[in-house]
Design a protein around this ligand. Structure first.
Ligand code: 5GP
Ligand code: MN
Ligand code: MN
Length: 319
């Protein structure tokens, strides 16, 4: 990939970087940012890490995550910027000011190639996999167990534990390579999946109990919803709901799972997950969002259950 050579030159050329994640940053985004941070530090370069939303606590074991800053606006002071999984500038959720040269590092098919340097591979399972291949090529001797754990977290979470259609031969090869670099599979899985707050598990119980199955024209959909008042009642925040969208999809006979999360009064984040029969990123795009064919998302304004109606109608239109 020629872009990797350009990214190497981009890194060589500058001494300090701003690393930017996407809104509601997930394991892929956070793990990959952490890995870049460690490599940059080993190269004697500085990095600041910025995200629009608080990082879920189950990623705090990764080396650089405690340095992440949660901001609305950020003055880059002409520093070069690396954006992770941001298909466009708005996707960061941060008002970035005075940025220098930008590198856009992503694996989403709807990426807009907006930056000076665009490293976008929609075939890659995750940006974690892309980063592992990049580091293996150019910074092989700098990959330590912290880098390996960060990248493996990225890959593991974005592939649903190597279960989704984005998994390829290269994904397993990279995982095997990371193992040779000191990856601790048990540590990562215990921290990421085995470290839930009891409040989160109780919230999940409530959410699962209220899932609804809906027969659409040509497929079956299952949805669940959490309103602000539900989060409050269970003493949780939106950070405690990562992966909740996977449960409705996991039901026998269901083709598409949808998770509605009220993030502000009358504003719902909608997560769409498909088993493969129905393409969901078109529906997300029609509602102002985007994502992958079988995992996508958008934000819809309105009150419940009008928001449900809007999304269901969009599905019927798309068929
Ligand atoms: P999630 O439902 O977990 O937030 O996101 C699933 C996938 O859809 C991810 O690949 C994510 O980047 C993408 N996605 C979610 N929400 C949005 C959105 O509002 N805009 C765009 N462009 N992509 C989104
Ligand atoms: Mn992501
Ligand atoms: Mn990803």
């Amino acid at each position: 990939m020629k872009e990797f050579e350009k990214l190497k030159q981009f890194i060589d050329k500058h001494s300090g970087f701003v690393l930017v994640g996407h809104k509601n940053a997930d394991g892929d985004c956070i793990g990959t940012m952490s890995a870049f941070g460690i490599i940059l530090e080993k190269l004697g370069k500085s990095a600041v890490f910025i995200v629009a939303d608080p990082v879920p606590h189950n990623y705090f074991f990764l080396k650089k995550v405690k340095d992440f800053k949660v901001v609305n606006t950020f003055d880059c002071k002409q520093s070069p910027v690396i954006l992770f999984e941001c298909g466009n500038m708005e996707r960061s959720g941060i008002n970035l000011e005075n940025y220098g040269e930008r590198a856009n590092f992503d694996h989403h098919p709807d990426n807009k190639f907006y930056a000076e340097l665009n490293i976008v591979n929609p075939e890659a399972s995750s940006v974690g996999e892309m980063a592992a291949i990049f580091f293996r090529e150019y910074f092989e001797n700098l990959i330590d167990s912290d880098v390996a754990n960060s990248l493996y977290t990225a890959i593991h979470t974005d592939t649903g534990g190597f279960a989704y259609s984005n998994v390829k031969k290269s994904t397993f090869e990279v995982a095997s390579y990371l193992m040779s670099k000191g990856l601790d599979n048990q540590l990562v899985c215990n921290e990421v999946y085995g470290n839930n707050k009891i409040e989160k598990t109780r919230l999940l119980g409530y959410y699962l109990e209220n899932l609804e199955v809906k027969k659409m024209k040509n497929f079956n959909l299952c949805y669940g919803v959490l309103a602000l008042k539900d989060l409050e009642r269970f003493n949780c925040t939106s950070r405690d709901t990562e992966n909740f969208a996977n449960y409705p999809r996991g039901i026998m006979g269901v083709d598409v799972g949808v998770f509605f999360l009220e993030v502000e009064q009358g504003v719902f984040k909608v997560s769409l997950r498909s088993k493969g029969k129905v393409i969901v990123n078109k529906v997300a795009a029609n509602l102002g969002g985007g994502g992958h064919k079988f995992a996508a998302g958008c934000t819809v304004k309105g009150e419940w259950p009008r928001v449900l109606d809007t999304v269901l109608k969009e599905f019927e239109k798309d068929e």
